[in-house]
Design a protein around this ligand. Structure first.
Ligand code: 4AD
Ligand code: MG
Length: 461
């Protein structure tokens, strides 16, 4: 008999009323009350299905009821509608095959664990409700992003993971080498000529620079892939390996870029709210009781657009509160970002026109000579969700800035070609995908939106 998946069954169970069907999954609970038992069977759908097991009907009744939580079964039985009960239907088992027993040390036998404990069992934790909800939403949000850009004629490009350039210039790269480090340490000398690529290379911190070359071929592109940062930031919002989604648009200025960002965020939220109702209700109940109200508020209201200089004035008015002092020119800390987005406005804020000295070399210099046409999107509960800017399209200005920062023109010659061959006003941004998932789920630690998180001093698997 062909297996029916529980997600499909939940959508069209009425079509199966009184029919015999087959479902496979893992037991969430096995409850035995003498001659009748109940197995809550889960196959990865957010909701489980109740299997009614009657002693008189099953030859292997005793084998079934002695199974532990976590055992896998294949069940055939009749679907019975139960309009009075909490669940709209149940399956009355005719045969049950025990596919795989589960050892008694299976950690999810106990109903509730702390998220800290669950982090120590990354291989198992996806089987519980919290991670089922979070990772379904992660998948649906990724799909929504592809759908959004695909509907708008963007080309999805794959930029290299190994690179010889530090896009953000922050020196936070993981070096990639085939050199024998122990032997080199003994010889006291590093010879990059002998390394795999004949030069020093690292894992990418952003696909942007390579992507810009493709944007100048297609007009509108986006990348969406793994990104690596060797930042020594042990916070709830930083991971060493994370996913970034980076759109890049030719013939587009900063205002048009922010329009795209706002439209994209609202689109993804709406899509997740439609597709993942059960998951969001669960998260709203157990993780963050303000979640659904907050998401609804975001799709219904305009984001704020505020100049960095104005933000500094707002922050300077606040006395005796911040750990890090504020004055024009400083890079904002998360306490400042969160004050602006959470307390002053209570909604997402684009902070724009930052001092050029705290931003990357490729950002377009404003006429004031002090600021660049950058915009970060700050959101309540997270802080910076997106970093973006108009790009410096004027070759002379760009190379002058590179010189000031000590970047070698020769190393970036391939990138500078875009400015020599048909340059144009263009802009792009990078969305931290894990931070988006935190925002969509109310989960407050990045370690719980990546199944195998990589953070300073910590890696499992
Ligand atoms: O602001 P960032 O550094 O911007 C760039 O890398 C640009 N090249 C992107 C572009 O314009 N194409 O990073 C973009 C976003 C941040 O806003 C943040 O959400 C996320 O990436 N991010 C991190 N997320 C998790 N862990 C980290 N260590 C992160 N560092 C940045
Ligand atoms: Mg940034």
């Amino acid at each position: 008999m062909k297996r029916v998946e529980i997600r499909d069954l939940l959508k069209s169970y009425k079509d199966y009323a009184d029919k015999t069907i087959s479902v496979c999954g893992w037991a969430r609970t096995v409850r035995d009350s003498k001659n009748i038992a109940f197995v809550e069977l889960n196959d990865g759908a957010f909701k489980s299905v109740q299997i009614v097991v009657e002693k008189g009907k099953l030859k292997n009744y005793d084998e079934v009821i002695k199974q532990n939580v976590g055992a896998s079964f294949c069940v055939s039985g009749k679907l019975i509608l139960t309009p009075q009960a909490q669940q709209p239907f149940e399956i009355n088992a005719e045969t049950i095959e025990v596919l795989g027993e589960c050892d008694t040390d299976y950690p999810l036998q106990k109903k509730r664990h702390t998220v800290e404990f669950l982090r120590t069992i990354p291989t198992i934790r996806a089987r519980g409700n919290l991670f089922n909800a979070v990772f379904r939403i992660r998948s649906v949000a990724a799909f929504a992003i592809h759908k959004f850009f695909n509907e708008r004629n963007f080309v999805y490009v794959h930029t290299p993971i190994i690179t010889s350039n530090d896009c953000e210039g922050a020196g936070e790269m993981f070096q990639v080498t085939t050199l024998d480090l122990e032997r080199m340490a003994k010889s006291g000398k590093v010879d990059y000529d002998k390394d795999f690529f004949g030069k020093k290379v690292a894992l990418t911190v952003s696909g942007q620079l390579h992507e810009e070359c493709l944007t100048h071929a297609f007009g509108k592109t986006y990348t969406f892939g793994p990104t690596f940062r060797a930042e020594n930031s042990n916070t709830s919002r930083h991971a060493a390996e994370f996913w970034m989604m980076e759109p890049e648009i030719c013939f587009c200025d900063l205002d048009e870029l922010m329009d795209n960002e706002e439209e994209m965020i609202k689109y993804v939220i709406r899509y997740v709210m439609t597709e993942c109702k059960d998951e969001l209700e669960f998260l709203n109940k157990f993780v963050d009781t303000g979640l659904i109200a907050r998401l609804t508020n975001i799709v219904e209201n305009d984001f704020v657009r505020l100049d960095y200089t104005e933000a500094i004035k707002l922050l300077e008015k606040v006395k005796d509160r911040f750990t890090f002092p504020v004055k024009w020119g400083v890079d904002l800390q998360s306490e400042h970002e969160r004050y602006i987005t959470e307390e002053v406005y209570g909604k997402p804020v684009f902070l724009k026109n930052y001092p050029k000295d705290i931003k990357a070399f490729y950002m377009r210099q404003n006429d004031d000579g002090k600021t660049v046409a950058a915009a970060d999107l700050l959101v309540p509960g997270i802080g910076e969700l997106i970093g973006g800017s108009q790009r410096e399209e004027r070759l002379d200005k760009l190379t002058a800035r590179m010189q000031e920062l000590g970047l070698s023109e020769k190393d970036y010659a391939w990138y500078l070609d875009t400015r020599r061959y048909g340059t144009n006003v263009h802009s792009g941004y990078g969305l931290g995908f894990e931070r988006l998932i935190m925002y969509l789920t109310g989960v407050s630690n990045i370690r719980d939106v990546e199944i195998f998180p990589r953070t300073v001093g910590s890696i499992i698997g």
